[in-house]
Write a protein that binds this ligand. Structure first.
Ligand code: NAG
Ligand code: NAG
Ligand code: NAG
Ligand code: NAG
Ligand code: NAG
Ligand code: NAG
Ligand code: NAG
Ligand code: NAG
Ligand code: NAG
Ligand code: NAG
Ligand code: NAG
Length: 483
């Protein structure tokens, strides 16, 4: 195009040269165009340079393999399952020698589910995409999780996960922000049309394992929960982007720590079709029998969006107990709920020692939610008299704007919520109405002044911790779901 412009200029030049002013103007234009072309070429040159010298993949283990060494083709069409299986088998030979790294270069690497091995690093280069085959015939079935006794959506076996691991130690999934893409669209459609007879599989599921690190990658379009560490110890998830459509991507939770101990989730961006994070520990009588809590979990520095459910949830499956959870420096934006604890009679277990600190709500319908009638049960075998205990929950530094109902703590006679603390809260509301700080069967305290004004159920203390007024109506009910 620029070439054509130059030719046209040449045609006009003879007639215009008669005039000094136009000559000056023409020279000025020619000068300007040349500088523009020169700059553009420099920028293009830089881009070509960047493309040709892709970021080298760091060597993180004594040995590194390239997935292409095993016959994989990154054309988005070739089935690379056997290549991944051969590669993992090659990596497993080095488990006693510091393990090995499997590099996945830029490309679209289509595969059915495969298993990881211990002492393995899976490294996804920039623009590397592992694509899950979206035909359930390629997805192996597995027995139900013992603490769920049930597939979750259907009784009986469930689909395994695209990337799976059991009884592993020392596994790293990392990269230069490469992607694992579950191609969930087909699964979500089939689920909605009731064409599936088994529970959909997660994108990444690591079970009964320890020393797991997942960083610097993107996970997207999971068929079901995205990242599911199950009964694991010492798990770090850092700097991970998790994406799924915010509507009509059913059950695409971001990260679901389930009966896990010693876990950190930090510096992540999550925008999905269900809970951003949901800490769990098994379901009703199966979870009680399995009896493995989620404990010592630190969640910080996240930006989360959940239009269907909540930014950070605890439950509703929590029958093995959940305790010592810290949730801090979290922004939840354009979401239905910000943080939620959900449970029901029949769950048993407990949720205690939960600390929320420095939460920012930006355009959420309900900020803080505790719900005790989330009545979803695996089968008729649950014991409704098995009630969970909810206690020692604190909220410090909660701010934000554009919130309709800042607080809704809906305890009940059987499941009262005990020892809740609020300190330093100011949330801008969209509704200048009463009943926006809703409570029922909740005992606890407010330290200092908070906005909006708390419900009558809570005791009031001053900033120095001196009692100002003890509530006489902890069990008063002021819940309004119509707001
Ligand atoms: C992997 O192999 C492909 C194809 O042979 C090559 O283009 C790429 O540079 C290799 N990557 C690494 C990290 O060895
Ligand atoms: C992965 O490992 C699990 C547990 O050992 C096994 O049941 C399953 O068949 C394996 N899946 C594949 C695809 O090899
Ligand atoms: C997060 O990952 C991106 C892409 O891989 C990288 O550029 C960035 O430095 C990482 N940040 C941290 C804090 O690890
Ligand atoms: C990683 O990739 C995702 C998806 O393409 C993008 O949204 C995100 O900003 C990237 N992260 C970094 C740190 O570059
Ligand atoms: C699901 O089960 C029904 C009834 O047994 C059967 O007709 C149908 O073919 C099954 N669908 C799939 C996808 O397996
Ligand atoms: C936790 O896992 C990391 C990564 O494998 C490891 O470096 C660390 O030593 C482990 N911590 C404990 C206490 O085992
Ligand atoms: C994530 O990426 C950053 C920047 O490249 C790097 O410093 C960090 O070590 C990476 N994290 C891991 C665990 O590889
Ligand atoms: C609670 O969890 C934190 C991690 O968030 C951990 O550092 C601390 O030791 C745990 N407390 C107890 C009593 O185990
Ligand atoms: C509170 O969290 C925000 C991000 O959500 C962060 O920028 C800020 O530094 C945090 N404040 C404190 C005191 O940690
Ligand atoms: C109430 O919870 C706080 C933590 O939020 C804890 O420090 C305190 O000990 C608890 N009080 C009682 C009486 O258990
Ligand atoms: C509130 O209800 C709980 C049981 O749900 C009961 O233990 C407690 O005594 C009641 N408190 C008051 C002030 O009535």
């Amino acid at each position: 195009m620029l070439h054509q412009q130059r030719l046209e200029l040449k045609r006009w030049v003879p007639t215009l040269l008669s005039n000094h002013k136009t000559l000056f103007a023409v020279l000025w234009i020619v000068g300007f165009v040349s500088v523009f072309v020169w700059q553009r070429n420099i920028i293009e040159g830089l881009l070509i340079f960047r493309r040709s010298s892709a970021l080298p993949m760091p060597r993180l283990r004594p040995v590194a393999f390239n997935i292409t060494d095993f016959g994989a083709v990154g054309d988005g069409a070739t089935d690379n399952t056997a290549a991944f299986e051969r590669a993992v088998s090659a990596v497993s030979k080095f488990r006693s020698r510091g393990g090995a790294q499997l590099n996945v270069p830029a490309g679209n690497w289509l595969t059915a589910p495969f298993n990881l091995t211990s002492h393995m690093t899976l490294f996804l280069a920039k623009d590397a995409v592992i694509l899950g085959i979206d035909d359930e015939k390629y997805w192996p079935l597995m027995p139900p999780l013992p603490s769920y006794g049930y597939g979750r959506e259907h009784p009986g076996p469930r689909f395994g996960s695209l990337i799976h691991g059991q009884n592993l130690k020392d596994v790293v999934i990392t990269g230069h922000n490469g992607t694992i893409d579950g191609q969930g669209q087909t699964w979500w459609r089939k689920y909605r049309q009731k064409l599936l007879n088994n529970t959909r599989g997660p994108l990444v599921q690591i079970m009964w394992s320890r020393d797991i690190v997942i960083t610097n990658i993107t996970l997207r379009n999971s068929p079901f929960w995205t990242l599911h560490p199950y009964d694991c110890k010492n798990v770090t998830i850092q700097n991970v982007t998790i994406l799924a459509p915010i509507y009509e991507a059913p059950n695409t939770d971001g990260i679901d720590p389930d009966s896990c101990e010693d876990m950190v989730i930090e510096d992540c961006y999550i925008s999905v079709g269900d809970d951003g994070i949901a800490i769990k520990s098994g379901w009703d009588q199966y979870g009680i029998a399995y009896g493995r809590p989620s404990v010592n979990i630190l969640i910080r520095n996240l930006v989360v969006r959940s239009m269907v459910s909540a930014g950070v949830s605890i439950g509703s499956e929590m029958s093995g107990g959940i305790s010592n959870i810290t949730v801090e420096n979290i922004v939840v934006w354009n979401s239905r709920r910000a943080v939620r604890i959900k449970t029901a009679p029949g769950r048993g277990g407990y949720v205690r020692k939960i600390t929320y600190r420095n939460l920012t709500f930006d355009g959420v319908r309900v900020g803080i939610v505790i719900k005790t009638d989330y009545n979803e049960h695996p089968d008729e075998g649950y014991d409704p008299k098995s009630v969970p205990i909810l206690e020692d929950i604190s909220f410090t530094s909660v701010h934000g704007q554009g919130v309709r109902v800042p607080v809704r703590i809906h305890g009940s006679e059987e499941i009262p919520v005990r020892n809740v603390t609020f300190h330093d809260m100011s949330v801008g509301i969209t509704y200048k109405k009463k009943h926006i700080f809703q409570c029922a069967f909740v005992q606890g305290r407010v330290i200092g002044t908070i906005y909006p004004a708390p419900c009558e159920n809570l005791d009031l203390y001053d900033e120095q911790g001196r009692l100002i007024r003890r509530s006489a109506s902890q069990n008063m009910t002021d819940i309004d779901y119509d707001l």
